[in-house]
Design a protein around this ligand. Structure first.
Ligand code: C5P
Length: 408
């Protein structure tokens, strides 16, 4: 198959598909893994076959599909122990609550659970289930045990469920994200931020005027969320403090949701100390000094109610000058004019090591869009990066941060 990136070239992935509606996404996952060069050998549970057919899985993976622990034919072919070991990674996607429970307790009563117990290779699980099942104490206990056993996780994500009206944490991570996490895991040594902690802010803030109105801005959170995910892929333990956004929480990251700048400020300070801080949020500079508890009424003939504003705390500046200052502090400068000069002044004033400056004039389409063209300023110089996707900017920045951390 023609490779797009071939970052998984020659790698053998044993893909275990369990029963759940997200199993349909494992068909796409097989394609994403194969276009990166991986050899995919699928194992399906009995429940998985209720959702997708072995025929489709076999055709897309160009491999025999294994499902029966007691198949004499399969046992003669590879055998379940060799199946568990003749691979570079065991990937479970979707990982149902049932399979996680079996894994945590060492049960081995079908091919999938037996292979998981017998393998000596890294295991990556992409859970997918109803939010109530995910947050159930039993599932959370199992996940904690599995993490302690060295099992890696990608997702689940927050979002709409297949069941109408159900939403929350439980959606399987997107196939591309799973493939990228698998690639990062297989790169193994290439996790320069392993053991490091990072804090990222993202999105806008909403500053209430009254219970129904607020002051906001056009930030989508895309760049900040992408940076949090990129730092996590390099091995960092990442906390993301996000303002109100419509995009899902990134995989592999702990996300704290806030609304107002003051909430973001205290969430950030409560997480110090960390090694890395990347403040990407478009924090409102001002909040309404006297926001009303009641909806402000329009009075016939009266002048509009005046809005008295007061300054919000500057989170980046606080972090940049804090006694527990992270070793690498990165800020953003969203400007519409004199970009470099303003960013240079910001570098000093905010106590940052790097400022990523971008032009957010409406004609650039950057604010809310999926691409970004940035200049990265440090006290020693300016680097102009080409036009990139926000994910690419995030990857480059995460690598740059890892290099700076290694220098010290
Ligand atoms: O001063 P300005 O808002 O242009 O600075 C932008 C940088 O400062 C961004 O990194 C932003 O996240 C951060 N900032 C902050 N708290 C504020 C205002 C900006 O953390 N109140």
């Amino acid at each position: 198959m023609a490779g797009l990136f071939m970052e998984l070239g020659g790698k053998r992935i044993l893909l275990i598909i369990t029963g759940g509606i997200a199993a349909y996404k494992s068909l796409d996952l097989i394609r994403r893994l194969r276009e990166r060069g991986a050899d995919v050998r699928p194992v399906m549970t009995a429940a998985a076959q209720e959702f997708v057919t072995p025929l489709a899985v076999g055709a897309l993976s160009a491999s025999h599909v294994y499902s029966d622990l007691f198949s004499r034919e399969d046992e003669q072919d590879v055998g379940h122990i060799r199946l568990a070991r003749d691979c570079d990674l065991v990937l479970v996607a979707p990982a149902s609550a049932d399979l996680l429970a079996k894994m945590a307790h060492g049960l081995a009563n079908d091919l999938a659970s037996t292979v998981l117990l017998a393998t000596d290779k890294p295991v990556l699980a992409a859970p997918a289930m109803n939010p109530k099942m995910w947050s159930a104490p039993a599932t959370q206990r199992n996940v904690d045990m599995l993490r302690a056993d060295g099992i890696c996780f990608v997702g689940p994500m927050r979002g709409e469920m297949a069941e109408s009206g159900e939403a929350g944490l439980g959606r399987m991570a997107e196939p591309v994200e799973i493939a990228e996490t698998a690639a990062a895991l297989l790169r193994g040594g290439d996790r320069p931020l392993e053991g490091r902690t990072a804090l990222v802010t993202s999105g806008p803030t909403h500053e209430p005027i009254d219970p129904v109105r607020y002051i906001a801005n056009r930030s989508s959170g895309r760049q900040g969320h992408a940076i949090a995910a990129a730092l996590a892929r390099l091995g960092a333990d990442v906390t993301l403090v996000s303002g109100p956004v419509t995009i899902p929480d990134p995989a592999g990251v702990k996300t704290i949701h806030v609304e107002r700048a003051e909430e973001m400020h205290s969430a950030v300070l409560s997480r110090l100390p960390v090694d890395i801080a990347v403040m990407v949020a478009a924090v409102a500079d001002w909040r309404v000094a006297t926001s009303s508890d009641q909806k402000i009424k329009k009075q016939a003939g009266d002048a509009p109610a005046p809005l008295i504003l007061t300054e919000n705390p500057d989170i980046l500046k606080t972090v940049g000058h804090h006694v527990k200052r992270p070793r690498v502090v990165v800020g953003f400068a969203a400007e519409t004019q004199d970009i470099e000069e303003n960013a240079l002044r910001k570098l000093e004033r905010k106590g940052a090591d790097l400022i990523v400056a971008n032009d957010v004039s409406p004609e650039t389409g950057i604010m809310g869009g999926s691409r970004n063209r940035v200049k990265v300023l440090s006290p020693t110089g300016v680097e102009a990066w080409p036009d990139l996707t926000k994910d690419e900017v995030a990857d480059r920045l995460a690598r740059l941060i890892a290099e700076r951390l290694a220098e010290r």
